[in-house]
Design a protein around this ligand. Structure first.
Ligand SMILES: Nc1ncnc2c1ncn2[C@@H]1O[C@H](COP(=O)(O)OP(=O)(O)OP(=O)(O)O)[C@@H](O)[C@H]1O
Length: 242
């Protein structure tokens, strides 16, 4: 079966001054898949997301979405082109309610009218199991609900490609399962997902493929069972000598 590429990264590199953080990383993300990204702390995972979302510029290489080069497009335009993301540290507007947070994200990203945004955001709230917290100030949500809100805010811009940055950290096993179920539902709606995650069980429960970074270089990519069995991945990521 032929796979359609949604996002293509070719030879993407990033240095901060003399410090090389990513070196010529290339990979494709196929439409409809969940690609999991693993790697030790400092491997360059979030830096890669920052370059896809346009928060920072690559030092070299190219990133394309649906064949269109992202080049110097700023973050808001990439958002409107269909790239949504979450941040490792959720950034809700704590003085606003859950619903208001979604409305802001929707107005920013989707180009919907106010009336359309209301209906759409109400649906996103239901999808993310936050409907009963619509009027709760976001600053008083539980950790799981803050994670759901972070996801819901990314979904409110109606992305084709959703970048999830360590959303399962700090959750109990049960909460993590609830989050995985939500990620699955989002994928079933046709959203393509790239998920950086240290909570391996969560990632393995939903990822179609895995990519592993170490010291800014891609060291493995493929089916989860093959990547997890790769001796280099075991050594650098799990500390297991072959
Ligand atoms: N703006 C910056 N200026 C200088 N160095 C940076 C900057 N952003 C990131 N780095 C460095 O780049 C390296 C990669 O950071 P990055 O956050 O991408 O790693 P990561 O794989 O996401 O790690 P973690 O799993 O801990 O989140 C780190 O050494 C970090 O200190």
């Amino acid at each position: 079966m032929s796979r359609e590429t949604l996002l293509a990264a070719s030879n993407v590199s990033k240095s901060f001054g003399a410090v090389r953080v990513l070196h010529e990383v290339s990979f494709d993300v196929y439409r409809g898949e969940v690609l999991g990204i693993l790697g030790p702390n400092g491997a360059g995972k979030t830096t890669l997301f920052n370059m896809i979302s346009g928060d920072i510029k690559p030092s070299g290489g190219e990133i394309r979405l649906g064949g269109v080069m992202l080049g110097g497009e700023p973050p808001f335009r990439r958002c409107r082109m269909g790239i949504g993301r979450t941040y490792q540290i959720p950034r809700p507007y704590t003085g606003m309610t859950t619903f208001e947070n979604l409305l802001v994200a929707s107005a920013f990203g989707s180009g919907r009218t106010e009336r359309e945004s209301y209906a759409f955001c109400a649906q996103v709230l239901r999808d993310c199991e936050l409907a009963d917290k619509a009027n709760t100030p976001s600053g008083s949500l539980t950790l799981l609900d803050r994670k759901r809100l972070e996801l819901a805010r990314a979904l409110a811009s109606d992305p084709k490609l959703l970048l999830l940055d360590e959303i399962a950290g700090g959750l109990t096993d049960e909460e993590s399962k609830a989050l995985v179920a939500l990620v699955r539902r989002i994928r079933e709606r046709g959203v393509t997902i790239v998920w950086i995650e240290h909570v391996l069980n969560a990632l393995l429960a939903v990822a179609d493929r895995l990519l592993v970074l170490n010291f800014g270089e891609k060291i493995a990519e493929g089916l989860p069972q093959d990547v997890i069995a790769n001796p280099e991945v075991k050594r650098v990521y799990m500390g297991i000598e072959a």
